[in-house]
Design a protein around this ligand. Structure first.
Ligand code: GDD
Ligand code: MG
Length: 370
């Protein structure tokens, strides 16, 4: 079984985290999100995957190679220019033969793909779209179905007055490649605003597969923290790297923590992490490789990527800290603040209220106090 994963978006909403790291490479519990996704696909019977990428293609090649490390065959196909969601699939049509899965590359879900495929075969539609309920459909594609789950209407980013259901396109499709004949080659064309309306008009049957599987779009800052939080507390299926040294505390190789350090799970800690005397780490929290946590530091409900140094008495609470940052003594970072990469935050600062530091930001001592 083959699958196409759409990973061409710019990840604008997740800036500045996506300035150096493409959205699908963003770590979830210390592992690139795309790797989690590829593992899941392989475990559910997909053995060949085409990544439709559009920028930073080399980063994908470096990390994923030909897929053999992950036990599947991987093609990384770069678009000359953005072709849109289904334009990107049309662009790799020569690699497809049969019924194919297509995934939005920024959704974390534990949807049962085999069950969805069985549904697709039973209904005999040309396209099956996975559906999930949300509180506010205006950010998504609204999907109306009839009693037989046949899709009657597809409305991308509906206005509030057009909302008739809370079921939305959850970003996993099964398509029969013949539908690609409606897609003009080498042109920008979207499933959502192009192909689906055309298939409805031409009465090609499309079905909606509703499920209550865990579902979250990682592409928004608040969701990024939520997703990490949710998988650590076990809301979505996930396996963690490292040894579980106490209940729900996973640590990588070469871990050192002073014996006075308090570790309260769930925690996922990478390789070569050092935690000094008096520090308190409260889950759900993720700490990436090579982080150095100073004396009496408090970290709670946060995600730290790699190579960070957090100096003594700093407090990180409900925040994201990217790669290679230096956080000064007694500095406090809270309230969904995002520090991206290679920032130097001097001592005694207070970053709060969703503040975002762009890569390379230098903040002097006591410069910011929210
Ligand atoms: N290769 C390629 N080329 N990929 C693309 C392109 C492109 O031109 N444009 C978007 N993508 C990829 C993005 O990287 C992402 O993985 C996926 O297609 C969806 O694009 P988003 O930009 O994230 O769309 P969205 O989140 O606003 O809405 C989409 O997803 C929702 C579910 O999360 C739509 O499909 C909605 O209908 C849906 O509800
Ligand atoms: Mg998205």
């Amino acid at each position: 079984m083959k699958a196409v994963i759409l990973v061409g978006g710019l990840g604008t909403r997740l800036r500045p985290l996506t300035l150096n790291t493409p959205k699908p490479m963003i770590p979830i519990a210390n592992r690139p999100f795309i790797e989690y996704m590829l593992n899941r696909l392989r475990n559910q019977g997909i053995d060949e995957v085409i990544l439709a990428v559009q920028y930073l293609a080399d980063r994908f090649r470096e990390v994923l190679g030909d897929g053999s490390r992950l036990g599947l065959k991987l093609h990384i196909v770069e678009e000359p220019e953005p072709l849109g969601t289904v334009g990107a699939v049309k662009n790799v049509e020569h690699l497809l033969d049969n019924t194919t899965f297509v995934f939005n590359g920024d959704v974390l879900t534990d949807l049962d793909l085999r069950a969805m495929l069985a549904f697709h075969r039973e209904k005999g539609g040309k396209v099956t779209i996975s559906l999930t309920p949300v509180d506010d459909p205006t950010q998504f594609g609204l999907v109306e179905t009839d009693r037989n789950q046949r899709i009657q209407r597809f409305l991308e980013k509906p206005r509030p007055e057009d909302i008739t259901t809370n079921m939305i396109n959850a970003g996993t499709y099964i398509i029969e490649p013949e539908v690609l004949r409606y897609v003009p080659p080498q042109q920008y064309f979207m499933f959502e605003r192009g192909l689906f309306p055309v298939l409805l008009q031409t009465e090609n049957p499309m079905y909606g597969y509703a499920s209550r599987a865990y579902w979250n779009d990682i592409g928004r800052p608040q969701n990024y923290l939520d997703v990490n939080h949710d998988i650590l507390i076990g809301k979505a299926e996930y396996t963690f790297d490292g040894n579980e040294i106490e209940s729900r505390v996973w640590v990588g190789e070469n871990f050192y923590a002073d014996e006075s350090v308090q570790l309260v799970g769930p925690l996922v800690i990478g390789n070569n992490v050092r935690i000094a005397r008096g520090a308190t780490i409260i889950g759900p929290t993720i700490i990436g490789d090579n982080c150095d946590i100073g004396e009496d530091v408090t970290i709670e409900d946060s995600v730290l990527w790699k190579d960070n140094r957090i100096d003594e008495k700093a407090t990180l609470r409900h925040c994201v800290v990217g790669n290679s940052n230096l956080i000064g003594k007694r500095t406090t970072i809270t309230g969904s603040a995002i520090v991206s990469d290679e920032c130097m935050v001097g001592p005694d600062n207070r970053l709060d209220k969703g503040i975002r530091l762009w890569p390379g930001a230098q903040i002097k001592a006591q410069a910011i106090s929210f």
